[in-house]
Design a protein around this ligand. Structure first.
Ligand code: GDP
Length: 356
């Protein structure tokens, strides 16, 4: 499943946000290193289309796509050298598909800041430096091994070249993702700064609608995406039912809860999309890469579906909703029979035909 690791300085609101995400009651305490063990929260990806389809098909249940968040211990200056919780936490994020960096922007004299002042720009710098140093350590260990393997013809030259190029970028003080570096040849190294990044600014209520402030923060992290949320507010929202939640958020000028934005941006950042299946048993969203073909999409349901793929009957969500039923969609020529080269589109409602 899709996993996003959460990093940031201590006391920036990581646990508060994670709790809100998962409605777990992980201890959110006002002291550094409160979050020690990594925790995984599986979060449904909100998708209003599912409810609509479930009504059309009379589905007994709805199964949304999910995003897993891994809650991670805070990073402090010197983390890559073993300060604070040291290097242990870094192992937990090597496995993540993307990294969500939480940055404190809210002011609150009751909440201690590890550096004594609230400064998003310098916090970003601190975290990036630690991640860069951690990657350099990984490379220093890996390079002699790769060199040997290339000489022994066990590894391709291109792998070593990529590792050396990564080292040059990091030594110049840049993250790999900021330089658009393609980590594919050295994926096994799990370099942290080569993963896609999403930045969450934990802001005051007043900053939630402050466009000038948000533009300046977005500029700091470009080309990555920035999200602005108030973790404390989100955690209150997490306890409410949906209507109450939207009303509370609406009262401070937000249309979409920050956590939904995060799940959606996570999908976007990772180049993912969903397609839909629907029937009396369930309406369900399935996660695929953008550009996935019909057989690949079938393979997400079951590998046998991919192997035995014959064709797919595809109706786009908008057509199906406009016409009200599969029978009407067929009658209007909106149900397409697609073969194995078909590239899936977001919101395709699909029924696969296959041999078993
Ligand atoms: P972590 O160390 O990054 O996991 O931070 P926590 O989630 O434990 O939060 C540290 C402290 O900041 C706790 O006392 C939270 O209640 C408080 N806090 C978290 N988010 C906000 C926020 O948006 N506004 C304010 N004022 N306090 C917050």
């Amino acid at each position: 499943a899709l996993t996003i690791g959460i990093v940031g300085l201590p006391n920036v609101g990581k646990s508060t946000m994670f709790n809100a995400l998962t409605k777990n009651n992980v201890l959110a305490a006002n002291y550094p290193f409160a979050t020690i063990e990594p925790n995984v929260g599986v979060v449904p990806l909100p998708d209003p289309r599912l409810k609509v389809l479930a009504e059309i098909f009379g589905s007994a249940q709805i199964v949304p796509a999910t995003v897993s968040f891994v809650d991670i211990a805070g990073i402090v200056k010197g983390a890559s050298e073993g300060e604070g919780l040291g290097n242990k936490f870094l192992a937990n994020i090597r496995e993540a598909d993307a990294i969500c960096q939480v940055v404190r922007a809210f002011e609150d004299d009751d909440v201690h800041h590890v550096d004594g002042k609230v400064s998003p720009a310098s916090d970003l710098e601190t975290i990036n430096t630690e991640l860069i140093l951690a990657d350099l350590q990984t490379l220093e260990k890996a390079l002699p091994r790769l060199d040997k393997e290339v000489k022994g013809k066990k590894t391709e030259r291109a792998v070593l070249d990529a590792a050396q190029e990564a080292q040059r970028i990091l030594e110049a003080g840049d993250t790999l993702s900021a330089k658009g570096f393609d980590t594919a040849p050295i994926r096994e190294l799990g370099l942290l700064t080569g993963k896609p990044f999403i930045y969450v600014f934990n802001v005051d209520e007043s900053q939630l609608t402050d466009e000038a402030f948000q533009a300046s923060m977005q500029e700091l992290v470009a080309p990555a995406d920035a999200i602005f949320l108030n973790a404390q507010l989100e955690s209150e929202v997490a306890d409410l039912d949906e209507d109450e939640a939207r009303e509370l958020l609406g009262s401070v000028g937000i249309n979409e809860p920050g956590l939904e934005q995060l799940a959606h941006k996570g999908f976007h950042t990772l180049g993912l999309q969903t397609y839909l299946t629907a029937g009396p048993k369930e309406t369900r969203a399935w996660t695929i890469r953008k550009g996935a073909t019909a057989p690949e999409a079938a393979g997400v349901i079951h590998t046998d579906f991919q192997k035995g793929f014959i064709k797919a009957e595809v109706i786009s969500y908008d057509d199906l909703v406009a016409l009200g039923s599969v029978a009407e969609a067929r009658a209007h020529g909106k149900a397409r029979m697609e073969g194995k080269d078909y590239v899936m589109a977001d919101g395709d409602v699909v029924e696969f035909r296959f041999n078993v």
